[in-house]
Design a protein around this ligand. Structure first.
Ligand SMILES: *Cc1c(COP(=O)(O)O)cnc(C)c1O
Length: 360
């Protein structure tokens, strides 16, 4: 409708159409208030209900027990890179990081520039990050293990999370949060910039196990301390109101229209299988990630030449298929097929890819 294209952008990325429509319809008069959601006080009952709705839906969708707090911060996932070591390594101890690509490396760097003791427990740099390391020997004394569940740029994803025993995992789920159910057993914290899979840029979701809050020191800046946000239900200062509102609508769509994360996962697998199996049999398009490590969210691939890739991306855009250019650091092509990008978008993409190949 309304000239909307199939959107394969990596982030900011596609949002469910019913969510965008609901935003449009309520934008001038939120909930009978006579004001827009962007005009009301964050201390109003109306906004408080939105925030609590987003928290409640997150807890239900991920089946969180009451040990977890759901917070909304600003500064994107990138601010979390610095907050994690700042908060959790102030009382000594070291952390293990798994380096699976660009974002994982940035998370590691923010710990290193604070002179925090961190160790790279495993890395897939030896083969340009095309796989997820297995059978990792974590330091049993580590305060936390940091992972990136889905590597947005390199197109890999942990098929299942490692067993870290008593060590809490801290996981950057920016590009696969709410795409599948999560086994919370060894998870201390999850964080995600909203703009890939759950909302607009500007809000970062943080799910934190309460015992980790005890590690947060008193002598760091207030706005960088997780305890500040946990103690005030994310309202120490003005939270990213519009982002939280949109997240609440996306989560409502996930629960009420999609039917929960098992259903979302099944659909996401169907979408990814369609694309990968077509490419594997094409003799033309080549997925860049190893088979057991492929991302269900960001499908990265190459064509036989850079020139063909350029033509492919341009021709796709003419056919209302947008956002297929790979990240500027790696080149090639990438189809991001997040929750809101439907099976019809993927089958239209595959049809276009067949057509392009036949004419190349
Ligand atoms: C996009 C992305 C980030 C950076 O998010 P910002 O909100 O822009 O800081 C971090 N980690 C992953 C895995 C990402 O995909």
């Amino acid at each position: 409708m309304e000239n909307r294209i199939h959107n394969f952008n990596a982030g900011p990325a596609a949002l469910p159409l019913p969510v965008l429509e609901e935003i449009r319809n309520s934008f001038l008069n939120f909930n009978g208030s006579g004001m827009s959601i962007t005009e009301i006080s964050h201390r109003s009952k109306g906004f408080e209900a939105v925030l609590n709705d987003a928290v409640t839906r997150t807890k239900r969708l991920l089946k969180l027990n009451d040990q977890y707090e759901v917070l909304f911060l600003q500064g994107g996932a990138s601010l979390q890179f610095c907050m994690i070591p700042l908060n959790f390594l102030s009382q000594g101890g070291s952390a293990d990081y798994v380096n699976t690509g660009t974002w994982a490396a940035k998370a590691l760097k923010e710990a290193q520039i604070q002179n925090k003791p961190v160790k790279v427990a495993a890395s897939s740099e030896d083969r340009n990050f095309c796989y997820i390391p297995q059978n990792i020997a974590f330091n049993k004394e580590a305060v936390y293990v940091h992972l990136t569940s889905n590597n947005t740029i390199k197109g890999t994803q942990w098929a299942s999370l490692p067993d870290t025993g008593k060590i809490p995992m801290v996981i950057d789920m920016s590009s696969d949060i709410m795409s599948r159910p999560v086994d919370m057993e060894h998870i201390g914290m999850i964080y995600a910039g909203a703009q890939k899979n759950i909302g607009p840029a500007g809000a970062c979701m943080v799910i934190i196990r309460k015992d980790l809050l005890d590690l947060c020191p008193g002598n760091i800046p207030t706005m960088l301390n997780y305890r500040t946000f946990a103690e005030k239900n994310s309202m120490y200062n003005t939270p990213p109101c519009f982002g939280i509102y949109t997240i609440s609508l996306v989560l409502k769509w996930l629960e009420e229209t999609v039917g929960g994360l098992e259903k979302m996962d099944a659909l996401n697998r169907q979408k990814a299988d369609l694309l990968y199996s077509f490419m594997d049999n094409s003799g033309f398009y080549k997925a860049t990630a190893d088979k057991g490590s492929r991302s269900l969210m960001n499908v990265t691939f190459r064509l036989p030449s850079e020139d063909l890739e350029k033509r492919f991306i341009a021709k796709a855009a003419e056919n209302h298929l947008g956002g297929l250019k790979g990240h500027r650091s790696v080149g090639g092509c990438r189809a991001s097929i997040y929750n809101a990008t439907g099976l019809n978008a993927v089958s239209d993409l595959v049809a276009f890819m067949k057509e392009f190949q036949s004419q190349a």
